[in-house]
Design a protein around this ligand. Structure first.
Ligand SMILES: O=C(O)CCC(=O)C(=O)O
Ligand SMILES: [Fe+2]
Length: 313
């Protein structure tokens, strides 16, 4: 198995607040630490038992909680039940009612949510413009055990810019970066531990903006760190949020080969899933990839993490 590291500086953008509706990232940071994965593509590179992943068509908004097609758990397919289970299995998610009404359940166990119209088109375009005008987009970083210089290009060929505060400020995107965290915590209620309380243990890595030019891709990988690595660093990724910043007509789908579906990028849509269990072990079912883009693709991406349970003080 190839071991992969995503290289992203960690910063406590996620301020801890009493009420999840009013959470903003902090401007001052604790000493940044490296968040590196040595967990990489597991064994499955070619989809689900050789059959091509099915496209997932976004559904129209509905006041009723959404149900995923082909749910592996027929009795647990209801959005409410999936949210209830997440509290103990992975991380609590308590979306605001108007968001919950729009949330689509793409997969029940493990939970994968799609939120159409998470961000307005104008905000998406502004973040693309900020990343573009920064001139700081570099080969997306992956280094790790067993990977030699140059090999990372075979695993991930996209370009990224890490939206650190000074960068966001310089390119007029500070409000958007703050909004990304605020929406993730305040609107989607990630980490809300009941009665509006946000877990004090969660922190956010610096958001990244990623560009895939024609032919660029990211092969099968897990976002969580190997448990051994997470224990040493006392940090594990708990939540992945991807916001698709543009419509991508051809290529660029996010694929979940073990779950048998893929998501076509639509501007403003968000994809939410949980790369590790509550006990800090990676959830290998969340293996995913970005298929090669034909049309240019832009995403914003943010990881929320926490200390490993046994290290909690
Ligand atoms: O671009 C995508 O669709 C997936 C990106 C991803 O998995 C990542 O950045 O970790
Ligand atoms: Fe990923």
């Amino acid at each position: 198995m190839v071991a992969v590291r995503h290289s992203t500086k960690l910063g406590p953008w996620l301020a801890v607040a009493s009420f999840c509706a009013v959470v903003f990232p902090r401007d001052s940071f604790l000493a940044p630490r490296r968040a590196e994965a040595d967990r990489g593509p597991s064994n499955n590179n070619n989809g689900n038992n050789g059959s091509p992943p099915k496209a997932v068509k976004p559904r129209a908004s509905s006041r009723r909680p959404a149900r995923a097609k082909d749910l592996p758990l027929t009795k647990e397919g209801c959005l409410e039940e999936v949210l209830a289970k997440l509290v103990t299995s992975h991380v609590p998610v308590m979306p605001a009612p108007e968001v919950k009404a729009r949330m689509q359940l793409l997969h029940a166990d493990p939970a994968v949510f799609l939120i159409p119209d998470f961000w307005p088109k104008e905000a998406c375009q502004r973040l693309i413009n900020a990343a573009n005008s920064s001139g700081e987009i570099r080969q997306s970083s992956i280094t790790g055990q067993g990977i030699y210089a140059g090999e990372e290009r075979q695993i991930r060929t996209s370009g990224s810019v890490v939206m650190k505060p000074e960068m966001a400020r310089r390119y007029n995107a500070e409000d958007l970066v703050r909004r990304l965290i605020r929406d993730l915590v305040g609107t989607l209620g990630v980490g809300c531990a009941g009665a509006g309380q946000v877990s004090k243990l969660l922190t956010s890595e610096y958001p990244q903006v990623v560009r895939y030019e024609r032919g660029q891709y990211f092969t099968d990988h897990e976002d969580a760190f190997a448990a051994s690595k997470a224990r040493v660093d006392n940090y594990q990724r708990r939540v992945t949020l991807l916001v698709y910043l543009n419509d991508v007509e051809k290529g660029g789908a996010t694929r979940f080969p073990k779950l048998g579906f893929q998501v076509k990028p639509r501007q403003g849509q968000a994809l939410l899933f949980f790369p590790s269990f509550a006990n800090g072990r990676p959830d290998p079912r969340t293996l995913h990839s970005a298929e090669a883009a034909e049309d240019e693709k832009w995403i914003a991406q943010v990881w929320i993490g926490s200390p490993m349970p046994s290290h909690r003080r």
